[in-house]
Design a protein around this ligand. Structure first.
Ligand code: IPM
Ligand code: MN
Length: 363
């Protein structure tokens, strides 16, 4: 990495470009305060471009992905267009980038910020404060499977859950290291919870469980190992979220439990995540977890805090930890000022919320 942070900006569809614009406003401000250099380049991959090009077979080509790979990091707005059949952009753009750039970690913090309404009775910021590390390149997301005798009464469809020792192990090691770093920083009690379904998925879950204990025992004796079935985990998210420190989970279950996580931290207006390739030279991609919210496009009502939170994560993981931490602190100062985190009900417009974060940083 040179001394200039090179960021590829993919605004994407719907409200994506609007929230990304606010994140870039915050970036400009924090870079001035912290004194680091950065460059951004915009890319218009998404539904509009794909439609304008006459629906090409591939949404983003290998060459275009290679170009993105030259950047230090990527900031993504949202993927999903009302005039495009669901699945085309999700698979052809978002999942393709995650796979091709080998972003094998999907880091999704679940943090309830001050003043944010939580749907859980009697739970506050101290209770809802944990991290989910979702494996991001395997499992049901590999697209392995197929049809036999399609469109007949005897049709068969299969969809395979793939777990490789290599893929599982690199994810587990990241999760153990992450849990340890938190413990050493005085955050969290040093407990890693594996979430799976060992009582039914006796092959894939067995590989995960064996690797979890082998690696934990050999290399992370300081980290407490805990296990939850995924269904029980959903129950605990609601009943006792304070129990969790760090969770490691395969792709599909991770997708599901992080939507539940997002809603207990205040919803899609605030939830951010990182698709991380932690290897040397790897290019990661940070995004608000929510979708493109097409019905709010261009109205200046969407909440940009999730995108600003994604920027905070981007900085924290791209050699600008202090800058990222400051942006996160600024978000925490702004959340109590909003009436709600929901689009159109914040008591402020999209750009005003961005301005509030900037003003807090400058204060
Ligand atoms: C997410 C999304 C994606 C996923 C979709 C849009 C393909 O739900 O980032 O969680 O399933 O991973
Ligand atoms: Mn999801």
């Amino acid at each position: 990495m040179s001394d200039t942070l090179k960021i590829a900006v993919l605004g994407g569809d719907g409200t994506g470009p609007e929230v990304v614009a606010e994140a870039l406003k915050v970036l400009k401000c924090i870079a001035g305060i912290e004194g680091f250099r950065y460059e951004t380049q915009d890319f218009d991959y998404g539904g509009d471009r794909w439609l304008a090009q006459g629906k090409p077979e591939v949404v983003i080509t290998d060459e275009q992905i290679t170009e993105l790979n030259q950047f230090d990091t990527i900031l993504l707005g949202a993927v999903g267009h009302p005039d495009v059949t669901p699945g085309i952009l999700e698979k052809g753009l978002l999942l393709r980038l995650r796979f091709k750039l080998d972003q094998y970690i999907n880091l999704r913090p679940v943090k309830l910020y001050p003043g944010v309404e939580c749907p859980l009775k009697d739970k506050g910021p101290d209770d809802v404060n944990f991290d989910v590390i979702r494996e991001n390149t395997e499992d049901l997301y590999c697209g392995a499977g197929g049809f036999l005798r399609k469109h007949t009464a005897n049709e068969i469809a299969t969809q395979e859950m793939i777990a490789t020792r290599f893929g599982v192990e690199r994810c587990l090691r990241y999760a153990f290291d992450f849990t340890r770093r938190k413990k050493e920083a005085g955050q969290g009690g040093g407990m890693l919870t594996l979430v799976h379904k060992t009582n039914v998925l006796t092959f894939a879950a067995d590989l995960w469980e064996r690797a979890f204990h082998e690696i934990g025992k050999a290399d992370y004796p300081d980290i407490k190992r805990d296990y939850n079935h995924v269904d029980a985990c959903c129950m605990w998210f609601v009943k006792n979220p304070e129990f969790y420190d760090t969770i490691v989970v395969p792709n599909m279950f991770g997708d599901i439990i992080t939507d539940l996580g997002a809603i207990i931290q205040g919803g899609m207006g605030i939830a951010a995540g990182g698709n991380i390739n932690p290897d040397p030279g790897g290019t990661s991609m940070y995004e608000p977890i929510g979708g493109s919210a097409p019905k709010y496009t261009g109205q200046n009502v969407i909440n940009p805090l999730a995108a600003i939170g994604a920027l905070a994560m981007l900085l924290q993981n791209s050699g600008q930890k202090q800058a990222g931490d400051r942006v996160e602190e600024a978000i925490k100062s702004v959340t109590p000022k909003l009436k709600s985190l929901a689009a159109g009900r914040m008591g402020f417009s999209t750009t005003e919320v961005g301005d509030l974060v900037v003003k807090t940083l400058e204060a």
